[in-house]
Write a protein that binds this ligand. Sequence first.
Ligand code: PMP
Ligand code: GLU
Length: 392
Amino acid sequence: MSRVAARVSGIENSATFAVFDAVRDLRARGVRVLDLGGGEPDFDTPGHVVAEATAALAAGDTHYTPSRGIPELLTAISEKLGKDNGITADPARDIIVTPSAKHALFLSLMTLLDPGDEIIVPTPSWVSYSSMARLAGAVPVPAELSAADGFRISREVLDAHVTERTRVLLVNTPNNPTGRALTAREAADIAAFATEHDLFVVADEIYEHIRYDGTPHLSLAALAGCAGRTLTVNGFSKGHAMTGWRLGYLAGPSDVIAQALKVQQHTVGCAGSFVQRGAVAALTGPQTDVARMRDAYAARRDLITEGLNALPGIRCTAPDGAFYAFADIRGTGFAGSAAFTDWLLREAGVALTPGTAFGPGGEGHVRLSFATSPAVIGEALDRMGAALARRG
Ligand code: PMP
Ligand code: GLU
């Protein structure tokens, strides 16, 4: 008999954490690795945010907070959602502060899905959605988007995957790994589809602040007919460079949020007390650091897309947002994207994530995180070019 539950033994380790671990192991053995693998900002958290959290810690703010979050942060999130996203959210009823956006997603899926329910996940998609759905006992249904069509979400592809068991559609914009941001047309199609089939939408908007060339950000909850059927997930990890703080939030209709709060109360209880104080400063303080980091990512995006397109057999469309280049490597002659990333790590000491980590539609592509310095990006491109040339 198995020593662990099938719901856990049936999921895989996180492919992104596997890359983090592989890089750490190699470095511990003295190998110099250029890391374009796991996606996390190389910037440290802005100083005014750190100062606020440190002061709170020194002042003894070391206790449990309300499970929903501290009132000051709930108010700041409500104001942000109104101002930036066109979402009306009552701080006392419609929002939960969670320890990470990942936990906000977990609360959402645990709350919305019964065993056997289906959740449509357009793929390529971030690695954790399907595993979280499985932990909830549900069935993730990948809706494969096509590279040839720029990974666009269409009514046709959504309609092809809906059944009478479908309860939820998961949407991530800007997208990890493809870098695509939803257009108004796609968002309208999603809203109409969700309404017609009476589905909930979980909108993961964690890369909201990282967009290029004036690409607009579209929040699904702000579309007509969607407020009552959308859970918005966001957090501080990416835009505010706060990955290690573990802080995010969930916003949506109060009846669903009240149910999700039970999951939060019985799992983590609440997010960190002084961490939440820092987040108030992140939202209400100057946003200059957010803009500075975004501008730095924009320059790196240009560097990496140009560099990739100059390599033999590799094509890469410039992403609209997030900090990933999702490069098509089918012209290099490798048997698959994992064969390519294994070879590149061995031959050139460059760590990437294989497209297969992101589900159907990911094969033939590799993901390069450019949340790292231009010097590292430049050297990684040089090493890739040299390794490809050696291979002939
Ligand atoms: N959604 C997406 C698409 C992500 O890339 C990440 C990054 N890990 C998360 C959610 C979770 O972010 P965090 O848990 O650090 O708040
Ligand atoms: N979001 C990042 C990535 O996709 C961090 C790792 C994770 O949480 O999966 O690489």
